[in-house]
Design a protein around this ligand. Structure first.
Ligand SMILES: *Cc1c(COP(=O)(O)O)cnc(C)c1O
Length: 399
């Protein structure tokens, strides 16, 4: 049986990372098992020498368990297919993938510009670790007009996220890539939102894409995972060296779960995106709603860029409610089908009341006193979710 040749991602995701046939029996399991191992044994010293020589060339070659064997390699292949990359490196969380990307390309004395809409814990990394390593960070709206003012002679990296955290601000990735090229910066982007399935920043000129596989790739709220994907051989070399030197490692069972999850990524993302649009239509009909933040929604200011650069959407949205803090708290507490919690990309609906302190640094936020509620719309019936939100809005109003 020859390998299938197709450029359609839905097909690739069903065939990437399957087990090879046993050469004697000519048979293979359909699903690749979890290959747990802490170390590797070799048939003879020549085989070990070859593995070490391949590793020295920067190729994926296993001499020890830390980087993982077949299950890990299969998941790396899946991330390469998703992101359109040449190599993928796994980390034990999305935040771990962010640190891998940054530590691979930053040196002491460098300056990095971070998009003000990036995932909040990046600021904590800056405050606790990057500063101590003499890496300077400045935060900026991630639009070319704003970025030019931030450049310093030692600026080396532009770190962005599109759409941004909390308010899903769509960035103009091709324009950012052009700016990065002109100023010799490495463009690193967090692509957790798109997860490679509905948005491919490497195709739009980004150099490194970081994905929290914890969210849509895993998809079942039961594992932590990160991946860093790149195309450029020089960057791949730096990532490979840093990944190895820093001891980034994930369990084979988590890799196996992620592969299991990714088979249904197309279905889950399409379905949650459809549900999110139904929720948007409901929200747009409500007097309490001042604004919807969801790039697939036609009134979103990022809609044109989303139409140009994305092939789909997902279940994430934020809503600005004309409610004071106490009423917004009643709304959230009255929801019965939405779990109050961080994270997203699983099967279930989640809600988070976004505090204004964490929005203050986002230039995209209109900085009014309306409540911002972030929702992950899951796979429940949208009619049930709408009924739940309707009763919660009534509770919020009538105290
Ligand atoms: C959740 C998230 C991360 C971090 O992923 P973890 O696996 O929770 O560490 C990074 N970026 C974005 C945009 C996220 O939503």
């Amino acid at each position: 049986m020859a390998q299938p040749t197709t450029t359609h991602l839905d097909t690739q995701l069903q065939h990437a990372g399957t087990a090879p046939f046993d050469p004697v029996q000519g048979a293979a399991p359909v699903a690749l098992p979890s290959m747990r191992t802490s170390t590797v044994r070799f048939q003879n010293l020549d085989a070990l020498d070859k593995a070490q020589a391949d590793k020295a060339k920067g190729e994926r070659s296993v001499t020890y368990g830390r980087v993982g064997m077949d299950t890990h390699a299969a998941l790396e292949e899946v991330f390469c297919k998703l992101e359109g990359g040449e190599r993928a490196f796994l980390a034990s969380s999305g935040l771990g993938a962010i640190t891998l990307a940054l530590f691979s390309v930053l040196n002491s004395g460098d300056h990095v510009i971070v998009a003000d809409c990036a995932y909040g814990p990046v600021r904590y990394l800056d405050k606790t670790v990057l500063g101590r390593m003499n890496i300077q960070v400045s935060y900026s709206r991630a639009a070319v007009a704003d970025l030019a003012d931030q450049l310093r002679p030692n600026t080396r990296v532009l770190y962005v996220e599109s759409p941004g955290s909390l308010l899903f601000e769509m960035l103009d990735m091709p324009a950012l890539a052009k700016f990065a090229r002109e100023h010799n910066l490495i463009l690193v982007t967090d692509n957790t939102w798109g997860s490679g399935y509905v948005y491919r920043p490497l195709d739009l000129g980004a150099d490194i894409s970081v994905v929290a596989g914890t969210k849509y790739v895993g998809g079942h709220s039961d594992l932590m995972l990160g991946a860093v994907v790149a195309k450029d051989p020089g960057l791949i070399r730096q990532l490979n060296d840093t990944h190895y030197a820093m001891g980034y490692s994930i369990s084979a069972d988590d890799a196996w779960l992620a592969i299991r999850g990714v088979r249904t990524l197309p279905l889950r993302m399409r379905q949650t995106a459809e549900h999110a649009m139904e929720i948007c239509r409901f929200l747009a009909s409500r007097a309490e709603v001042a604004r919807i933040y969801h790039p697939a929604w036609p009134d979103d200011p990022g809609h044109a860029i989303w139409q140009r650069d994305c092939t789909g959407s997902n279940g994430m949205l934020s809503v600005e409610l004309k409610l004071d803090n106490a009423a917004a708290r009643r709304f959230v507490d009255s929801l019965t089908l939405f779990g109050i919690g961080f994270s997203w990309g699983g099967f279930e609906s989640l809600v988070q009341l976004v505090d204004h302190a964490s929005l203050r640094s986002h230039g995209y936020w209109p900085a009014n006193d309306h409540a911002i509620v972030r929702l992950h719309i899951g796979l429940e019936s949208p009619q049930d979710l709408i009924a739940d939100m309707t009763q919660a809005l009534e509770q919020a109003a009538g105290a």
